[in-house]
Design a binder for this molecule. Structure first.
Ligand SMILES: [Zn+2]
Length: 370
């Protein structure tokens, strides 16, 4: 124990941490809690106080690879809450208020009164949400989640509604889209790090998981690089995609659900498909010999659906698929990028989740159909 105190009193902590307020750390072998604590910009003095404040604090020194910490700071970069989620036991919630630490095995942040707001679409989500008094941050949250099912540039009609419901926290605990044909209801539910994630009533997130390669390939002939000797132009050029070698005519399948942005025939890319996934992700498929039938802008594509065939159109030296992944317009290395995955409410919490979801719908006057 003495050694532990010596170590953390010797390490200077940074005075600030780039305006970030919500930190998540996963323990690797050789890690210690104080390292995470200092990374957030908090002081050695506060750490000493924390460790001395309660005997449960000793648990923070007994950490194992895979355990997780979430450290939340307030707007003034003061400590607000620490959530320690060990792999093998229940989470520990430590909140810091009025210069006092409180330790809990439950996240008993007070539940506030229920409230709700309805956005009725007249011009656009942004415009009508602002009129309804909804923060831009919440609008972004809506777009990030619903974009996997709703194409905001095409699908919204006058009179469509978004109902948002709150239970005292900043992020809504339910977001519901209603048009004359369907309802898409999303319910916020916290994971073991205390992050609110939005699930359908069936308990899954609207986003999809991605398969690695959209085609059955023999090898990767060109990897993602910002500097390579171009095979035909003989100059150094970045290659912002991954080239999968496969015979001409090999089918290409969507790696995740999405919406066709457009198909084009371009000089460099040849026959190319742009496929959107949610609000931030775009995949690109170039040099195709042919497109699948019926692709047009706005067409919804399910995961694994046929979209085209490998070819060598455009500036290509032989049949291959040139595949790109872009996040918010920035090219990513398909072999390294971490893409979102579809999440499920844990089985053991499903009954509790669905009963909360039902209560929420009933409180909003919507009849639950699950
Ligand atoms: Zn390429």
């Amino acid at each position: 124990m003495l050694a532990f105190f010596l170590i953390f009193s010797l390490i200077a902590s940074p005075s600030h941490a780039n305006g970030k307020h919500d930190f998540i750390f996963e323990v690797s072998s050789g890690d210690a809690f104080y390292k995470f604590f200092y990374k957030t910009g908090l002081s050695a003095k506060l750490l000493t106080k924390l460790i001395a404040s309660d005997k449960s604090a000793q648990n923070l020194n007994k950490i194992y690879p895979g355990d997780k910490f979430r450290i939340i700071l307030n707007d003034k970069h003061g400590l607000e809450q620490i959530i320690f989620s060990p792999v093998n036991s229940s989470p520990l919630y430590i909140s810091y208020e009025n210069n006092k630490f409180r330790f809990n095995n439950e996240n008993n942040q007070p539940k506030g009164r229920l409230s709700h707001k309805t956005i009725i679409i007249d011009k656009s989500l942004n415009y009508d949400a602002k009129k309804a008094g909804i923060d831009a941050e919440i609008v972004k949250l809506m777009v990030d989640n619903f974009s996997w099912e709703i194409d905001f540039s095409r699908d919204l009609r006058k009179g469509d509604k978004f109902i948002l419901s709150w239970d005292g926290e900043k992020k809504p605990h339910a977001m519901i889209y209603v048009n004359n044909k369907k309802i898409i209801a999303l319910f916020g539910y916290k994971n073991n790090l205390g992050q609110k994630i939005y699930y359908t009533a069936e308990g899954y997130t609207l986003n999809d998981s991605f398969t690695f390669a959209p085609v059955k390939y023999s090898r990767i002939s060109s990897r993602f690089t910002l500097r390579r000797l171009h095979p035909t132009l003989k100059v150094y050029r970045p290659h912002r995609g991954t080239d999968f070698v496969a015979p001409s005519g090999t089918p290409i399948y969507a790696p995740a659900k999405g919406v066709i942005k457009y198909t084009k025939t371009l000089n460099g890319y040849g026959n190319v498909i742009y496929l959107k996934h949610g609000s931030e992700l775009l995949t690109v498929y170039a040099h195709l010999s042919n497109f699948a039938k019926g692709l047009k802008p706005g067409k919804r594509i399910s995961k694994g659906a046929l979209i085209g065939y490998v070819g060598s159109t455009g500036a290509s030296t032989g049949p291959h698929l040139h595949y790109e992944i872009r996040i918010n317009g920035v090219h990513q290395d398909a072999e390294k990028v971490k893409l979102p995955s579809k999440l499920l409410v844990p089985k053991s919490e499903m009954a509790e989740f669905q009963s909360q979801a039902k209560d929420t719908l009933i409180s909003l006057g919507i009849k639950p159909r699950f």
